[in-house]
Design a protein around this ligand. Structure first.
Ligand code: ADP
Length: 230
C-alpha cells in the first residue's frame, strides 16, 4: 500500500508581484487504494496531483511517497508513481503502438524477448493486440488513453496518478476507462470531473481555490463539492 504524506504544502506559480498562490497550506496523509480529487477548474487539482510523483516540487512544505521526499528523491519517486495525463497525445512518444508500450522498458535490463512478451501481455490486456504495428496517432481517443495507460503500467508502478484521464473522451470510452481503473491492483489517485467514477472510491478530496475544503467518503465529499457549485 502506497503511503503519501503531504505536509504544509503551498505552491506559487510565477515570481515577485506576479506570483499566484494556487495551493494554500495543504496537509494530508493518504494510504487508501482509491483516492479521488475533485474541484472546479483552476482549484489546484492538477497542481496537487503533479506533486505526488515529483512532476512539480512545492514552493514550500514537503511531499513524501513511501517515505521518499519528492524534492530530494524525485527520480526514485517517479519510478514508483506513474502518471496519466488528460491528453494521451502528450505522452504517446513512439510511432507504433507496440513501440510505445515497449519504450518504458528500454532501461529495464530485460532481454528483447522478455520485453516483447511483456508488451504482448499488456496489449492483449487492453484489447490493443490487433493494433500492434499501427501508428499510435491513428487510434481512437479511448484506445489512445488505453495505450497511454498500458505504457505507464508496463513499468509496474505501485501508484498511478491520473489527471482527468476521461475528460476528452465520450461517455462510452470514459466508462470503459473507468472499468479499467476499477480493476487495477495499484493505488490510484484520480483527479476528475466525472464524479460517477468515484462511487466506489475509498476517499475523495475536494479542492476549492487552492485549499482542501472537504475530505471523506465519496458520497459526503461529492455532496460538498456539489454544494460549492450551487
Ligand atoms: P485544476 O487542475 O483544478 O484545473 P490547476 O492546478 O491546473 O487547477 O491550476 C490552478 C491554478 O494555477 C489555475 O489558476 C491555473 O491557471 C494556474 N496555473 C496552472 N499551471 C500554471 C503554470 N504553469 N503557470 C502559471 N499558472 C498556472
Amino acid at each position: 500500500m502506497t503511503r503519501i504524506e503531504v505536509d504544509h504544502v503551498s505552491h506559487r506559480y510565477g515570481q515577485g508581484p506576479l506570483a499566484r498562490l494556487v495551493l494554500d497550506d495543504i496537509s494530508v496523509e493518504l494510504a487508501e487504494r482509491r483516492l479521488g480529487v475533485v474541484g472546479h477548474n483552476g482549484s489546484g487539482k492538477s497542481t496537487f496531483v503533479r506533486m505526488l510523483n515529483a512532476l512539480l516540487i512545492p514552493s514550500s512544505g514537503t511531499v513524501r511517497v513511501n517515505g521518499l521526499e519528492t524534492g530530494k528523491d524525485a527520480a526514485k519517486v517517479r519510478k514508483q508513481a506513474g502518471f496519466l495525463f488528460t491528453d494521451p497525445d502528450n505522452q504517446i512518444i513512439m510511432p507504433t503502438v507496440a513501440e510505445d508500450v515497449a519504450f518504458g522498458l528500454r532501461k529495464s535490463g530485460l532481454s528483447r524477448a522478455q520485453v516483447a512478451e511483456r508488451v504482448e501481455q499488456a496489449l492483449a490486456r487492453y484489447g490493443l493486440d490487433g493494433h500492434r504495428e499501427h501508428p499510435a496517432h491513428l487510434l481512437s481517443g479511448g484506445q489512445k488513453q488505453l495505450l497511454a495507460l498500458a505504457s505507464v503500467l508496463i513499468t509496474e508502478p505501485e501508484l498511478i496518478i491520473m489527471d482527468e484521464p476521461t475528460t476528452l473522451l465520450d461517455l462510452r470510452n470514459a466508462r470503459m476507462i473507468g472499468r479499467v481503473i476499477a480493476e487495477l491492483p495499484q493505488t490510484v489517485v484520480l483527479a476528475t470531473h466525472h464524479l460517477d467514477l468515484l462511487d466506489d472510491f475509498d476517499r475523495v478530496l475536494v479542492f476549492d481555490s487552492g485549499r482542501l475544503v472537504a475530505d471523506g467518503a465519496p458520497a459526503e465529499a461529492v455532496a460538498h463539492y456539489r454544494a460549492l457549485m450551487s
